[in-house]
Design a protein around this ligand. Structure first.
Ligand code: WTA
Length: 667
């Protein structure tokens, strides 16, 4: 097994043609990005259109020190632009009108489509006109709950065309979670589809949206327009498909095909200030309430474009594929904004990696001759177990760069990816970043950075990582600590929607002067950074972040549960899974019925991906004398690790023994 000592040198044939082709060049560019951000980003900004030119006297300002006043970041404010104009009109004018922007691959292998830059521009303008006709104006929020179809991208860009703020919610979230997000951002317009197939499973999107809109109504917020793409009738369905009558409501619901084709393909872009909001995207917060991360226009454009160009070394003839769902930040920056800003041709795929066979991803790579492939460790681990033969059936020789994102990649998965998928000639880019960071912040560069399996390696241009100890003292050289950043790069979020106080307390109060990621990291003797995982009460299940508090409060909503504590446990495929401890009420019984109800509750209220793996009966929980649950000890119990260290602060040491003895059979 490779360790910290294992270093894999990039393929020299590849390095020669990369935009950055030596470590020396990386270091020089990095230095310039730090010493002279105006010049570094100023040069990049020339590739884009600014309706009002950039004022270099106020290129970049910020305050990260909460003790000195409000925290803020501004890049290029005063300059105006429009993202959809830069992604579409500019590319059409540059001769890329007939270039394919996206190849769409449906759930069923015989469902496919493609769209050029010129066609995409026309569709975006059409839908922008429709939104305007529904009275959507600059600054208004539009809620989106979509499968991986081209209309999802059209919707996002149509919002940016008119300055509306899109708020996508991953279409695996339950109606409750969706309703909470719609009410928080007060979206009046919702865009969805009737449904979608994931393998042989029908996801009834419109039914979920109806439930969500009903919940909103009960909370006093009304969605007055819901636009629905008719996707099922054009999808090849499994033979056993049940009939689904899309529930539509008069006055509120409209079919996409009834209004969009009639709209004009011309729509003047709304010129937006570089610091005007672009989109918001909810991410889990450690208190349980989701945070509406807000990104702005100018800086995000520059950062998405630049990270995409260098980290994937995208060249004009390449075909790029990111498997992320559009409802997550990876789907925003590296399915939509980064690729389109570089006039890239991308693949998007609607279905699962396991349908119709467990080699679907490799089949798609082969079919479109994909050059850059970007996925998550959880997918790699899930696919490894089907053996090497189904991979070898496919010609993967087009691949040049393999990306990983979402969680630390374990060396075993890294090696499989490197050897079997990349045939030891591809660079692996293990990209560390967050919804909040907008784009990659720590990453190797392909063809350049000698790779260490599991290390996110070095900062991207403009990013200054620091490791701090518990007291806020900087750890220089080798060591492990809190991963923080001492200055903003253009793509950093600017605030939490309608909640700047929470923005300041969550990210800037622990260590004044620094943006705090919530992750820990270690620097090795070669200066490589290794992200070690969350240091707060957050879990990362298959790359989906969630908070322990969120799950605990749901569990205790059940009448039979009086107290709950949730910890993460390592899981061979999901990375981490939920291990729950529940104390039941006196008259309740701990049995299969209760367990099923609790799992169902979490699936319904958060989403199927949040279902706990283990729920242990805990007559009592290990607590300090002041009553604080000691999660450190619960994590040990979850892992059956008897080496629990000092428990002298525990009020009742006997609890620990009992919990070890009564771990359930499936734990
Ligand atoms: C984790 C996803 C290790 C990390 C883009 C972070 C990673 C959280 C990596 C953000 C990586 C993401 N190595 N950990 N390469 N990439 N993470 O907001 O804990 O969904 O804080 O953004 O995922 O998750 P989010």
């Amino acid at each position: 097994m490779p360790s910290e000592k294992s270093i894999f040198l990039p393929n020299p044939d590849m390095a020669r043609d990369c935009y950055v082709n030596s470590l020396k060049q990386y270091k020089e560019m990095y230095k310039k990005s730090i010493d002279n951000p105006e010049e570094f980003w100023g040069e990049i900004s020339r590739d884009f259109h600014w309706e009002t030119p950039i004022d270099f006297n106020r290129f970049f300002r910020y305050n990260f020190d909460i003790t000195k006043g409000p925290v803020f970041t501004k890049w290029l404010d005063g300059a105006t632009t429009n993202i959809s104009y830069n992604l579409l009109d500019r590319n059409v004018q540059n001769g890329n009108g007939n270039k394919i922007a996206f190849y769409w691959e449906g759930n069923h292998p015989s469902n496919q489509k493609s769209i050029t830059y010129a066609e995409l521009l026309g569709e975006v303008c059409r839908f922008a006109n429709v939104l305007k006709s529904k009275n959507v104006q600059k600054g208004d929020r539009v809620a989106v709950y979509m499968p991986m179809i081209l209309e999802a991208i059209v919707t996002m860009l149509a919002c940016t065309r008119i300055g509306a703020i899109h708020s996508l919610v991953f279409a695996g979230f339950s109606s409750d979670s969706f309703a909470e997000r719609i009410t928080d951002c007060k979206a009046r317009v919702l865009v969805t589809a009737d449904g979608a197939w994931r393998g042989e499973k029908l996801i009834k999107l419109k039914t979920i949206c109806n439930q969500a809109m009903d919940i909103c109504q009960q909370k006093g917020h009304t969605v007055d327009t819901c636009i629905v793409v008719s996707h099922l009738q054009r999808s090849v369905t499994p033979a056993s498909a049940p009939k689904y009558e899309t529930p539509m409501r008069d006055c509120r619901d409209i079919w996409w095909h009834d209004i969009v084709p009639k709209a004009s393909t011309k729509c003047q872009p709304e010129w937006m200030d570089a610091e005007d909001p672009l989109f918001m995207l909810y991410t889990s917060g450690s208190t349980g309430k989701p945070k509406g991360v807000l990104h702005t226009t100018g800086g995000y454009l520059l950062y998405a474009a630049t990270t995409f160009k260098y980290v994937f070394d995208y060249k004009p003839q390449d075909v790029y594929w990111c498997t992320a769902d559009i409802g997550w930040i990876t789907g925003h920056t590296y399915v939509v904004y980064g690729p389109l800003a570089n006039a890239a041709t991308s693949v998007i795929y609607e279905g699962t990696p396991f349908y119709p066979g467990n080699d679907r991803l490799w089949e798609i790579v082969d079919k479109y001759k994909v050059n850059q492939f970007y996925t998550a460790p959880t997918a790699i681990r899930a696919l490894m177990k089907f053996g090497d033969d189904i991979v070898k059936k496919h010609d993967l020789s087009s691949l040049r760069i393999l990306g990983s994102v979402g969680e630390p990649i374990n060396p075993e998965a890294w090696l499989w990816y490197y050897k079997l998928i990349g045939k030891e000639k591809c660079s692996i880019v293990d990209t560390f970043w967050q919804t909040e960071t907008g784009g990659h912040v720590l990453t190797p560069l392909p063809g350049v950075t000698p790779m260490k399996p599991g290390a996110a390696s070095f900062p991207f241009f403009g990013v200054q990582p620091v490791l701090l100890d518990e007291c806020g003292k900087e750890i220089k050289g080798e060591g492990e600590g809190y991963l923080v950043f001492s200055r903003p790069w253009p793509g950093l979020m600017r605030t939490l929607f309608n909640n700047h106080d929470r923005y300041e307390t969550t990210y800037f109060s622990k260590f004044p002067g620094y943006y705090c990621t919530g992750d820990g990291a270690r620097r090795d003797s070669d200066g490589y950074l290794w992200v070690t995982g969350r240091v707060d009460d957050m879990l990362n299940v298959s790359g989906h972040l969630m908070s322990t508090a969120e799950v605990e409060s749901l569990l205790t909503e059940h009448k039979s549960v009086s107290e709950a504590a949730v910890v993460s446990k390592p899981h061979p495929i999901k990375g981490e899974c939920l291990y729950c401890f529940i104390t039941i009420t006196e008259d309740a019984v701990y049995n299969d019925k209760l367990l099923t109800e609790l799992k169902q509750l979490i699936r319904e209220r958060i989403g199927p991906f949040a279902q706990p793996d283990v729920i242990q009966n805990a007559p009592a929980l290990p607590k300090t004398r002041s009553g604080k649950i000691m999660r450190r000890i619960l994590r040990k119990i979850a892992q059956n690790d008897k080496d629990i260290g000092d428990i002298s602060t525990l009020a009742d040491g006997g609890v620990v023994d009992l919990l070890f003895k009564t771990r359930p059979a499936n734990a």
